[in-house]
Write a protein that binds this ligand. Structure first.
Ligand code: GLY
Length: 391
């Protein structure tokens, strides 16, 4: 019997992940050079994505060696939990896809303790004057970064929502929701694009400036920033049922959809002036498409019933385009290429990015009825979240 493209995509991911488990092993891949992953330190924000891919693989195949490798990676990250000076708000990314994923799949009590410890350290970054989670550590450099908030952080609040449910202590969820409300108020623009960074006065909470960050310019539209916001607000809506979070996710998703409808792989920024004289700027970002696709798929489950098919189909289409245009030869280690890591610093351009791979894997598994949305902290078992699959 002929297979569908998403079954083929799942087979592609499984074959490549099994191979990568032997070639990458217990290290932390970040971005590719000449088709091969280069490694990062365990404290780099991307550390959770390779173990997260391995947990998808374990969930689908029940292969014990894969679980053991993911645990080995988590153990390498363990000393960081006693050294918060090396950690920032990305603890959410890092421990959601390692300890929380392991707890979800194996019910191991040590994994639960690690995830709660990371959530507690993340809660410690909450600034009550500005009602935000501080992104970076001021004490590490000369600059005062105590007022910096970045859009990526919306994904990190998943860990806080999970911790509140696990402990029945509302403090984690209160901070997560107040942070999401601050992002909604200060980051989301009228047209549905988003700012990457906002700098607050950390003593009073007043907004000081809005900053371009990883986008082309302050008022441009960094596509991965939009993608983090689509998925992050959809998750915040899932946990809170606050309609303003759903509306924000849909508004940004609609903006993303309009700006990607005609491209095989979306551009890394949707608002680059046509007459720019800058160095080559028309790179694509496959990671933005993969992250947004997972956000669209979640909207396809949590939006109003008459809206669900649109978002589900749009997410499926983004993944199909990645499968057709961004997958790599068998000799390369990344699942997808044509990502843009950091254009303003001219770093990691037209490359594989481990987070692009992670979200491509998450999305393709869902299309195959294998649910692994660790951001929902166990709720992906809920029948209501599994009701809208397959075309
Ligand atoms: N700073 C996280 C990202 O590149 O999306």
């Amino acid at each position: 019997m002929a297979t569908t493209w998403f079954q083929d995509a799942k087979a592609y991911i499984e074959q490549k992940t099994a191979h990568n488990a032997t070639t990458i092993g217990p290290f932390f891949p970040h971005t590719t050079l000449d088709g091969h992953y280069q490694l990062a330190e365990p404290q780099w924000w991307t550390a959770g994505f390779w173990p997260g891919i391995l947990w998808h693989h374990y969930h689908a195949t029940q292969d014990q060696a894969t679980a053991a490798l993911a645990e080995q990676l988590e153990e390498k990250m363990q000393p960081l939990l006693s050294d918060p000076s090396k950690l920032d708000h990305d603890m959410g990314f890092m421990w959601t896809l390692t300890s929380l994923a392991r707890y979800d799949l194996t019910h191991d009590s040590k994994a639960k303790t690690n995830a709660l410890l990371a959530a507690t350290l993340l809660l410690g970054r909450f600034n009550s004057a500005g009602r935000y989670l501080e992104a970076w550590n001021s004490w590490q450099g000369a600059d005062d970064t105590s007022g910096i908030v970045i859009i990526d952080s919306l994904m990190n609040i998943s860990l806080l929502y999970w911790a509140s449910e696990e402990t029945s202590d509302p403090r984690f969820a209160v901070a997560a929701t107040q942070h999401a409300e601050t992002i909604l108020r200060e980051f989301v623009r009228e047209d549905g694009s988003v700012h990457h960074m906002v700098n607050f006065n950390s003593a009073t909470g007043e907004v000081l400036e809005k900053i371009g960050g990883q986008g082309f310019a302050e008022m441009s539209a960094w596509s991965r920033g939009c993608a983090w916001a689509i998925y992050g607000f959809a998750i915040a809506y899932h946990y809170t049922q606050k309609p303003e979070f759903l509306a924000a996710s849909m508004k940004i998703a609609n903006y993303f959809y309009l700006h990607t409808a005609n491209s095989a792989v979306p551009l890394w920024d949707f608002k680059i002036p046509a007459n720019t004289s800058q160095t080559k700027y028309d790179y694509t970002d496959s990671s933005a498409a993969a992250i947004a696709a997972c956000g669209f798929l979640l909207l396809g489950r949590v939006a109003a019933p008459e809206e669900q098919a649109f978002y589900h189909d749009a997410g499926t289409d983004l993944l199909k385009r990645l499968y057709d245009h961004a997958t790599t030869p068998t000799t390369d280690t990344a699942l997808i290429t044509h990502g843009t890591g950091h254009w303003p610093e001219q770093k990691n351009l037209d490359t594989g990015l481990i987070y692009g791979d992670y979200f491509f894997s998450e999305g393709i598994y869902q299309l195959n009825d294998v649910y692994n949305i660790f951001w929902l902290g166990g709720h992906w078992h809920d029948a209501t979240l599994q009701s809208n699959t397959q075309e």
